[in-house]
Design a protein around this ligand. Structure first.
Ligand code: TXA
Ligand code: MG
Length: 336
């Protein structure tokens, strides 16, 4: 078992010594968790197939689920994409550093294991200073999925990473809670027209306007598949589940039909009248899209840690600004 160390690092002015220590761990084939603007990532040197195997082991992740490769800038990204076309250039210039992952045909420099055996690679430049300095310090790209065990709730704080991966990661760089709270938008540029594989902070209309072309909407959740490359495994139906039984209803009216156990929690994305839930229910109301994105995993972690008998969630209203929250909610809960 690995001895996990947590080291605090200032988000704006990270100590160069801490960064070079983290870089040494990575260059030695180890795993380092660090914050991106979306969630914490579990990083390994992307060009080191053995190190990347360590990520799959630590997470218990199926080997056909590809990893996002984090690069320092556009110049570095070009070296890993077979065909860095105009669309990639336009989007990268506009949205990087930021929460947009571009899926492109990959070069030989990306090991098969990173790509889940498929022909493409997902690339992005993360925004936080710590993440970018770390990549620069290593001098190589970092493969980093969210720093949680497979099928568990994504981490927005270093504490979440430690609770889930203690003994499985060498170093956790704690630079505080992440600012956006939901994983990046994954856009497939290897298909025509481009398709959203995972909704995220940057919406379809925004991407469509930037490219001046139509973009295909995410497909419905895929059925679990045992082997072979998947179109995008983040699309599996239940993927980010709390341990507590968690259900979702479409509207506040449905709350009246629920058979509430003594210890229950409520997570809603619309206002809920005080009388709509029994007394004693732990309530988290996140009725505004940006703060809902930021607080979504945090609230789920909190409610899950209380070991309640049931978590009831209420879906957000219709509208593109809620797509990413609606998507994650549909994977974390079962319809009631
Ligand atoms: O915000 C994020 O994207 C975070 C931070 C750490 O960067 N990372 C993240 O990684 O969410 P992960 O591994 O938890 O989710 C990556 C998603 C998965 O749904 C995966 O299937 C998809 O992106 N993906 C990665 N590479 C892909 C590829 N080449 N083709 C299709 N889908 C890909
Ligand atoms: Mg994940």
């Amino acid at each position: 078992m690995i001895k996990t160390r947590v080291v605090a690092v200032a988000p704006r002015e990270p100590d160069p010594e801490v960064l070079s220590e983290a870089a040494a761990v990575l260059l030695g084939g180890g795993l380092v968790a660090f914050a991106t603007e979306t969630v914490y990532g579990l990083g390994a040197v992307a060009t080191d197939a053995d190190a990347v195997l360590g990520i799959f082991r630590a997470k218990g992740r199926p080997s056909n689920n590809p990893l996002i490769v984090h690069v320092a800038d556009i110049a570095q990204a070009r070296g890993f994409a077979l065909d860095w076309d105009d669309r990639a250039e336009v989007l990268a210039r506009r949205f990087w550093p930021g929460p947009l992952t571009l899926v492109l045909p990959r070069t030989e420099a990306i090991p098969d294991i990173v790509a889940g055996g498929g022909p493409t690679v997902g690339l992005r430049v993360p925004a936080p200073t710590v993440a970018r300095r770390l990549i620069e310090c290593v001098g190589l790209p970092l493969a980093a999925p969210s720093a949680n065990r497979s099928n568990r709730i994504s981490p927005t704080r270093a504490e979440h990473v430690l609770a889930d991966l203690d003994g499985r990661v060498h170093l956790i760089l704690d630079s505080g809670p992440t600012t956006l709270g939901l994983e990046s938008t994954v856009l497939d540029l290897a298909s025509d027209p481009p398709a959203i594989l995972r909704p995220g902070p940057i919406g379809r209309e925004t991407l469509s306007a930037a490219l001046q072309t139509s973009i295909a909407a995410p497909r419905r959740a895929l059925r679990e598949q045992e082997s072979g490359p998947l179109p995008s495994p983040g699309q599996l139906s239940v993927h980010y589940a709390p341990r507590t039984h968690a259900i979702r209803v479409e509207s506040p009216e449905a709350l009246a039909r629920i058979d509430w156990p003594a210890r229950a929690g409520l997570l809603a994305f619309v206002p809920i009248a005080v009388g709509a839930t029994p007394e004693g229910v732990e309530r988290r109301i996140l009725a505004e899209p940006e703060s809902a994105a930021r607080g979504f995993y945090d609230a789920l972690h909190e409610l899950d840690d209380r070991r309640l008998d049931l978590i009831v969630t209420v879906e957000p209203p219709a509208g593109e600004e809620w797509d990413a929250v609606r998507d994650r909610l549909s994977r974390a809960t079962l319809p009631y």
